[in-house]
Write a protein that binds this ligand. Structure first.
Ligand code: AR6
Length: 484
């Protein structure tokens, strides 16, 4: 399964907090490291707007889950086929997907299944995902009706053998048929049901969209004027007609003064930009910061205490960290030692990005992407050149470590690897450098216990490794040995 359902489930936990706490309570409690989205900074969201009970109870049960769930469809949390799942799934379809469309449909179903475990709760989400994706990324010219029928067929294939499948395909077919009969909307909609359950919501939305293919307002007005769950049927109809007709087709009177309209547009823009980058968090650092690792949280590893390690190796190889530190010089344009190795391994794009940074002062740090290196970021810090110890070298070296750790924290980087800064070409005595390095990192992690998961030193030679290990052991941390 794609990771997206896991990320959505974590974002739902953010939302759950807004239903359980006021903004003041949230801010005054110890939630650092527990939430992921910038939306937690939007005060209006801390408000209960009759959330579905199924949804609340499903999310409360998942509260303490930390690991990647293989399939929400397999984990039955309830037997609900309420419309909450299908109603929230439309953004999945915005992905420019390179594989088969049924993989995306399944992703939609998986996301609906986070809260609704009955197959009629999640199968309609697969159908809606399919419809919206085909509208936005057509492979051949197809009418909306053809798309709907294709979505039905794909669901029939995906969920073959499900005992409720026929109820879903029947309601889709009925919606298509009714949309062509010329009768009154209300009578037709009531034949499809009231929209409280997902297959009815989908049926009503398909009906309204087919009937009002050129008329966004007409479709929405039909979808919200019946005695059932009209906000849900209106929302799903809006998903389909919005994809079909575009933002401009939404009448101005419905867009002006829309509550949280700016927040909605910001999320839409973020989705669009992230999609252009192939949903690659490392390329779209804004997305990463706003939706994946905000507040220094890495959702796969939350809750563990910080690990400090010294290992022997080449820092340009894979050490399972998000960022590596480069012992750079103030030009940031490359050099010898570890700096040269990092530039060679990352490729020429690193130098191109470094040129834009206009250097860096000794003791400070700057961040770049990692390009061909097996991590996400490089933190570049120019260490001090050893000049007998009377020129503030010790303070500057400590400042290198502090600046790197601060930068990591600000960017949600939870694991990083340092080389032995300044002890090569800059000739800082290794014993003293190791003491400063370990002391500085230790006091940072003591004062920010939730900011990081792992700090490693990746040391090139056995002698340097032994010195760092001794320092770590002296501070009660056991150094881990590894073969280069
Ligand atoms: N992986 C891990 N450690 C390494 C690697 C590697 N691939 N290569 C070298 N080291 P140095 P400095 C170790 O000289 O003293 C550059 O020209 C090395 O054995 O790289 O801070 C810059 O542009 C030593 O223990 O960095 C600056 O001008 C440690 O990394 C200047 O050198 C640091 O050695 C910075 O000098």
């Amino acid at each position: 399964m794609e990771k997206s359902a896991f990320y959505v489930s974590q974002a739902y936990q953010d939302w759950l907090a807004t239903q359980e706490f006021s903004l003041e309570e949230f801010l005054s409690s110890d939630h650092e490291g527990r939430y992921i989205s910038w939306l937690m900074d939007v005060p209006e969201l801390y408000s209960r707007r009759t959330p579905g009970r199924t949804c609340l109870s499903a999310l409360r049960r998942q509260k303490h889950q930390k690991d990647l769930v293989e399939s929400y469809i397999q984990i039955k949390l309830n037997d609900s086929k309420g419309c909450g799942g299908v109603m929230r799934v439309a953004p999945v379809a915005l992905q420019k997907h390179s594989g088969e469309i049924k993989e995306l449909d399944m992703e939609g179903a998986e996301i609906a299944a986070i809260t609704h475990s009955h197959s009629l709760g999640y199968m309609p989400a697969a159908v809606l995902t399919h419809i919206i994706h085909r509208i936005l990324f057509p492979e051949i010219a197809q009418s909306l009706k053809e798309i709907v029928l294709e979505a039905r067929d794909t669901a029939a294939e995906l969920f073959a053998g499900d005992s409720h499948l026929k109820e879903l395909t029947d309601i889709i077919e009925l919606a298509v048929e009714l949309s062509e009969n010329g009768e009154d909307d209300l009578d037709n909609i009531h034949q499809l049901g009231e929209g409280w359950v997902a297959e009815e919501t989908l049926g009503i939305a398909i009906y309204c969209s087919l009937r009002y293919q050129q008329d966004f307002s007409g479709g929405i007005i039909a979808a919200v004027n019946h005695k059932g769950d009209s906000d849900s049927t209106g929302a799903v109809t809006g998903n389909i007609l919005g994809a079909l007709l575009g933002y401009e087709a939404i009448e101005e009177r419905w867009k002006t003064d829309l509550e949280l309209g700016n927040v909605i547009l910001e999320i839409a823009d973020d989705c669009y930009r992230c999609q252009l980058m192939g949903w690659a968090y490392d390329r779209d650092t804004d997305w990463n910061r706003k939706y994946v690792q905000i507040q220094g949280k890495s959702i796969q590893t939350q809750g563990k205490s910080v690990q400090l390690q010294a290992v022997r190796g080449d820092i340009t190889k894979d050490h399972g960290v998000q960022a590596i530190v480069n012992a750079a010089n103030t030009s940031l344009l490359g050099g010898g030692g570890v700096d040269g190795a990092i530039h060679r391994a990352a490729g020429p794009k690193l130098l191109a990005e470094c040129r834009l940074l206009q250097g860096c002062k000794t003791g400070k740090a700057k961040l770049t992407k990692a390009y061909q290196l097996p991590c996400e970021y490089i933190i570049h810090t120019p260490g001090p050149r050893w000049n007998g110890g009377q020129s503030g070298e010790r303070e500057l070296l400590a400042s290198c470590y502090c600046s790197c750790l601060e930068l990591a924290r600000e960017n949600g980087i939870r694991s990083l690897a340092f080389p032995s800064i300044s002890t090569g070409i800059f000739r800082f005595p290794v014993e003293e450098a190791a003491k400063i390095a370990v002391n500085t990192v230790k006091s940072f992690t003591d004062s920010h216990p939730k900011a990081l998961d792992l700090v490693k030193w990746v040391l090139f030679d056995e002698e340097t490794l032994k010195i760092y290990q001794r320092e770590l052991e002296g501070r009660g941390v056991e150094g881990e040995k590894s073969v280069p």
